[in-house]
Design a binder for this molecule. Structure first.
Ligand code: BGC
Length: 764
């Protein structure tokens, strides 16, 4: 009988939907509202609140709680969607229960943390950002959407666009680095890649920009910690990538765990309504982060009923895992603490997203088992991931052109990450097939065949501290700690090094040393591995360090003592092949850092677009009494933002300006001659920075305002042009008005943020 009733109701929903579509006079948003309202009219209060509930699918839990009794809740209409449930069969079954066994048959939405690829994994986002190639980045998101949608997923919790300037915070690995402008461009590319032009297509998915807001600025780099920031910095710097995602049409926004100016983000009406909706015009829905409503209790904002009402009133629509909405909103409505209109509005926005995805037309749109079999982790996708991975590698040092290596002789492959497939993909790789990833050893063996001999030794554990290592041997990514003494491991490594022509040292962090809840107080290169490197150095053999990391590391000793350093991040499922492509010169490295590498942990936070101070230190100076500096290290970082070498060399001419005096809406063209002066074809990321010399508020020393990735053949030259308008000069002033102010501007162009050519203009 109940089955009969739910089928009947489902027919009503479809009829209601059909009525919604038949009204030709409605366009744009009104059309979606009309469709959603036609369903809303049939729903009970309980069912409306049910749509706001997002339990975890069961395969994965990232927080403190898991969701229980899911099947029953779906039948009762108490679930709006699920996430991190992997596999098209499981998703189809959950959808079947929703559509066939709940009273109204409203389809569920299925989300997942598809952060840097699905089964085919790209480098961690910090790595992908180092390509500075927006087309490529968009394509990574496109391919991730294609694979995820082939396996039942219609919503990803990506892009993560939190600006991050503190490498102690483990989640810097998930973002795009420190720069607002670059972060904004990447946010747009990712949203376009996931959502495409048509969300109803079977292979596009809904994106979710996160974590709104300011999650990347926790005090002391400790995850989930307090954030306190001036509004000026929010608008000029940290807000920009989220805003760019909204302007690119992102369908959903995720709240941050942290508080902002004393209010947890998930309860902040100022953030969720005033900024997001009123100022930026966001018209999708807001989901909390994992149990973020419940966590407002710990923040000291009240009991579950109070904080749930606060979140709804702030403008949050969906409650991830915590069931605060599910268990308290009815009571709050009775007590007048929330209104029926607020619940309707939240439900409406979620229904609209489901309409936009076409789930009311076909709830199984993403559940095609043929696609699941044929379109995921294919040879073609993996080949593309290999290309992206190779583009993401950043060459930090290459003394005497020790790289590229020749395919001959004997190579000593040494280090704790030389042969560890599971650690190649890095953090947040929920759908990954780790044992099938390509390790560095796999990649080298394939590349070399029998042209050269590889001798291998572990040499050291990742860190001396076994407890720390156990904490990061999680999520199917074992570090395989060796129980031998450090001395014994070093001895073995030195022995093989002595028999070799060159050492490839596979060093750095384990994959889960960065990511969520993976903060460090000390980002110095691990001591166990540095001791090994010192012993290897004593052999006199050239050392090429292949550096695995999810964050900038302080590695001054390594920079001073090793011959070459190739920073490889966690380069994804095809890491080993991509690294081999670069080591042997089949691909010329072109990645550039999107986050500053400090010399020491104590320099944090360190970022290129800082402001001038009173008592600035002269450029190039180290210490001067009563100037802004340190007694023990220079102010400059080890590697600046935008830095990265190539096997070839590039030289820049002087900047040519179309005019030195401009007025109002005139356009400025800045051009520069770029020459490939080396022996290899290669790509260079040409970067444009601008300084507003005098402002009504203090202004950064330079800000990235444009970039072009240029491919030049050996010996080739090209004129690179940037068009600059007053849009590029705008900033938020003291009163948070977006303006440009006439005056002098310094135009800088170069290959990294510290090494630029400069010319000035007057713009009135
Ligand atoms: C993370 C989010 C993620 C969510 C769902 C949270 O712990 O902060 O980034 O999307 O879990 O897995």
């Amino acid at each position: 009988m109940s089955r009969y009733i739910s089928t009947l109701m489902a027919v009503f929903v479809l009829l209601a939907y059909a009525c919604g579509t038949s009204d030709k006079s409605l366009t744009g948003d009104a059309r979606w509202v009309h469709k959603a309202d036609s369903v809303l009219a049939l729903m009970t209060l309980e069912e409306k609140i049910g749509q706001l509930n997002l339990p975890a699918g069961g395969d994965i839990t990232t927080g403190q709680a898991t969701s229980t009794g899911l099947g029953q809740k779906i039948k009762e209409g108490k679930v709006g969607g699920m996430f991190n449930l992997k596999g098209v069969e499981k998703i189809r079954e959950a959808q079947r229960v929703a559509v066939e066994e709940s009273r109204l048959g409203i389809p569920l939405i299925f989300g997942m943390d598809v952060i840097h690829g699905y089964e085919t994994l790209f480098p961690i986002p910090l790595g992908v950002s180092s390509t500075w190639d927006m087309e490529l980045i968009e394509k990574t998101a496109r391919m991730a959407a294609m694979e995820a949608s082939a396996d039942g997923i219609s919503w990803t919790f990506s892009p993560m666009t939190d600006i991050s300037r503190d490498p102690r915070w483990g989640r810097v690995s998930e973002g795009n680095g420190e720069d607002p402008y670059l972060g904004a461009r990447i946010a747009e590319a990712m949203v376009k890649g996931y959502q495409g032009d048509d969300l109803t297509a079977h292979n596009t998915i809904l994106a979710c920009v996160k974590h709104f807001a300011l999650y990347g600025a926790p005090e002391a780099g400790r995850d989930y910690h307090t954030v306190d920031m001036s509004r000026n910095r929010m608008y000029n710097e940290y807000f920009r990538p989220y805003k760019a995602a909204v302007e690119a049409g992102v369908g959903t926004v995720m709240t941050a765990f942290n508080d902002v100016d004393g209010i947890p983000a998930s309860g902040s009406k100022w953030l969720m309504t005033e900024v997001l909706r009123n100022q930026w015009g966001f018209n999708g829905f807001v989901v909390t982060d994992y149990t973020a409503i419940n966590e407002m209790i710990d923040h000291g904002l009240g009991d579950l009923q109070t904080v749930s009402a606060m979140a709804l009133k702030a403008g949050v629509e969906m409650d991830m895992v915590g069931e605060g909405f599910l268990t308290t909103l009815e009571k709050s409505l009775k007590e007048g603490k929330v209104t029926a209109a607020e619940i309707d509005e939240a439900c409406r926005r979620i229904l609209i997203a489901k309409f936009k995805l076409g789930l009311f037309d076909d709830p199984y749109r993403y559940c095609n088992t043929d696609r699941a079999k044929n379109e995921i982790f294919t040879a073609e996708n993996r080949q593309f991931a290999r290309e992206v991975a190779a583009q993401s590698l950043v060459l930090l040092k290459n003394e005497n052109q020790v790289l590229p290596l020749q395919k001959k002789g004997t190579i000593a492959l040494i280090g704790p990450l030389a042969d560890n497939r599971e650690n190649m993909a890095g953090t947040w790789s929920v759908a990954g097939r780790f044992p099938e990833a390509v390790s560095l050893k796999d990649g080298l063996e394939k590349a070399l065949g029998n042209q050269a001999r590889i001798l291998q030794a572990r040499g050291a554990n990742i860190v001396y501290d076994a407890d720390l290592e156990a904490r990061v041997s999680i999520f199917g990514k074992p570090t395989r700690r060796d129980s031998r003494s450090p001395e014994a491991m070093i001895q073995e490594a030195v022995n093989i090094a002595r028999q070799s022509d060159v050492i490839i040292a596979a060093m750095g962090e384990a994959a889960e040393m960065s990511g969520e809840s993976s903060s460090l107080t000390d980002i110095e290169f691990p001591a166990s591995q540095r001791e090994l490197l010192k012993a290897l150095k004593a052999t006199g053999k050239p050392i090429v360090m292949v550096m695995f990391t999810g964050r900038p590391r302080a590695m001054t000793w390594e920079q001073e003592n090793l011959d070459a350093i190739l920073n490889v991040w966690f380069a994804g499922s095809e890491a080993g092949d991509a690294i081999a492509d670069v080591l042997f010169g089949d691909v010329n490295p072109s990645g550039k850092l999107t986050m500053t590498f400090p010399r020491t942990t104590g320099q944090i936070p360190i970022y290129y677009n800082h402001k001038n101070t009173g008592r600035p230190l002269d450029e190039g100076a180290w210490f001067e009494k009563f100037r802004t500096n340190y007694l023990d290290v220079p102010n400059e970082p080890l590697y600046p933002f935008g830095y990265g070498l190539s096997y070839t060399t590039f030289s820049y001419g002087d900047i040519n300006l179309s005019s030195r005096q401009l007025e109002g809406d005139q356009k400025l063209t800045a051009s520069i001659e770029l020459s490939n002066t080396g022996k290899y074809d290669g790509a260079e990321v040409v970067q444009l920075y601008i300084r507003d010399v005098v402002g009504s508020i203090t202004r950064p020393m330079r800000e990235l305002k444009g970039f072009q990735k240029v491919h030049l053949k050996a010996g080739e030259s090209k004129t690179i042009r940037f068009e600059i308008t007053t849009e590029d000069l705008k900033f938020y002033n003291y009163d948070i008005e977006y303006v440009w102010e006439p005056g002098e501007f310094e135009i800088m162009i170069g290959g990294n943020s510290s090494d630029v050519k400069m010319a000035s203009v007057e713009w009135k």
